[in-house]
Ligand binder design. Sequence first.
Ligand code: NOJ
Length: 750
Amino acid sequence: MKAISLFLIGLLLLTGACAPVSSDKKEQTDKRIKELISQMTLEEKLGQMSQFDPGQLGGPENAKQAIKDGKVGSILNLVGAETINELQKVAVEESRLGIPLVIARDVIHGYRTIMPIPLGLAASWNAEIAEKTMAVSAVEAASEGIHWTFAPMIDVSRDPRWGRIAESCGEDTYLTSVMAKAMVKGFQGDDLSDPKTIAACAKHFVGYGAAEGGRDYNTTLIPEVQLRNDYLPPFKAAADAGVATFMSAFNDLNGVPTSGNEFTLKQILRQEWGYQGMVVSDWASIAEMIPHGYAANKKEAAERALMAGVDMEMASDCYAGNVKALLDEGKIDMATIDRYVANILRLKFDLGLFENPYTDETLAEKTLLAEKHKEIAQQAASESFVLLQNKNELLPLSNDISSVAVIGPLADSPHDQMGTWVFDGNKENSVTPLTALKAKLGDAKINFAKGLEISRTKSTEGFVAAVEAAKKSDVAVLFLGEESILSGEAHSLANLNLQGSQTELLEAVQATGKPVVVVIMAGRQLTIARELQLADAVLYAWHPGTMGGPAIADMLLGETVPSGKLPVTFPKTVGQIPIYYNHKNTGRPADYEQWTDINKIPAEATQHSLGNTSHYLDAGFEPLFPFGFGLSYSSFDYSNLELSANSMGTDGVIEVSIDLKNTGKYEAAEVVQLYIRDRFGSVTRPVKQLKGYQKVTLKPGETKNVVIQLKAKDLEFFNGKDYVVEAGDFDVWVGTNSQEGLHAEFSVNE
Ligand code: NOJ
């Protein structure tokens, strides 16, 4: 198994690999890399810089020849320790220099044990559980031969029409940064060469989440001030957390495709941040500079990506076919190519692939779907659920309830509950809400009627049975939302109402007069104003993964208590998008006193320009639910907001504290959120910004003093020229969501 070619052993001895690990490991690795590069032909260098899907190489068998010839440095979309070992053997034992392959895969939210979608994980506001889910994903993927995942996706996403919002941590820069760090740590652990860890990839660099109109792959126009203040910080956090790789994106940013963007890749990532890891392009995004209209042909595309600093090309062959000509023409020099190859080899050394290129083929069986993994998946799902409404405290349902109608297309949809970006999960392993509720309450108490075959079904044929089920039950629980295929890459939507006849199904069930709980499973925030009117209770469960069913059943029955908070603003209607909490104030901010209601405008009213504010006549200015919102079965009281000082210097710290009391009946967790507002700046500042939070668990009646540190450095922003902490007056709020909170003021002095 651990056969290493004689050549490789020679090389390792020569370069000191067998020496005990010492503090100058990096120096040793660099030496080994240099030595290796000095022996490489240009073709072998370009091979290292190329990543292919086995399909592009004519299938795994044909791939062997290309690997033997040193034409492939990395493979994506290949799974199974045995298959991977077989190809690795060719790389290590049959290619001239024996350089191992690095095998990549989209392990986005779980490998076999599927975790909640990242948007759901973000709704947990629990970095620790996010880290654990990614550690599980890593150990499972590694057991199948994967070395490197294309995650976390940390594009700040403010448009739910964009299908990939499911894969993101939502609209907020700070929360995304916290999650980015946790997920990188989860995948990579403390040591990349540990066979239980895999390399992570911060993607998509950068601005992809701002696709115009939420249409995937679309143009992004982001002024530098906004780019640096809103979109870049999560990537900086990932870089600081030691993320091994970055992925350049598909989008053109201010006219320059991000895979050929010297400003973002060279100036910001390499020069300003000093990032030392490896950069891979997104799938064919180098070649896509041609349809973007930024390169006339593959040679120009290669040149632009090389000038920007993309080390490895995914899935297209612009590098392989054109670098020689670019070198001959003096457009690029060999030192640059060598630097890029070194970045790739360093990743392979750091992953320990030169020492341990193979995967133990007995590992997967012991690892995949381990009980502990499922427990983590269930806890993560549970913490991701957001209780949006609970009229008359309908939830939790009493455990000795005599009958429950389980209705809806997502009640028993093991495939859909896994969500988007699931390549290796099996629906057979999903536990659905129907199964879980039956297990908890006994078959006899459950009256199941799907009502609609899938979320898009228009036919109302199934309504009769659904209404019957409701009539003979004490309560109706409807599982509505969207199938997994309606979110994800290239799956944008222009309409965010529930698809098919789902709302009509809810209307029919509600008309029975039975209490109604709606559980929504979706890859994004949907426009559910009508459903809120019809339902008594609404629990937003995102796509919760393998263990979604038991997590939901436990919560409906009060064995767990909701603690998730929205990582995105919920619009009332699509026309309000983009709508996010940390917007600018404008010169005419909206308020109720000046809000013009469309229904109150007299016919033939004359237009005037005074007294107008920034709102929609027909949808107002408030969202359906604000960022950070989420109810509990318990209730919390915030009091005694205190600041350790009323002012600080530009390098100071203020401790902000409150007393949080659990005033309800349940032990429960609350996310205490701290927002600030910088009242004036050298550029206009957002009306609110999340700057810290703590998730705190309290017993009924218990009070805790919660302290959140606010550093002056946290108030820093880019003003068009510099990163500055500006002196001035600030507001601070501590509360349960971005719209409610205790308020105080402080100032920052020069
Ligand atoms: C395209 C996607 O944009 C990216 O996120 C993914 O990692 C690659 N394809 C590889 O599958």
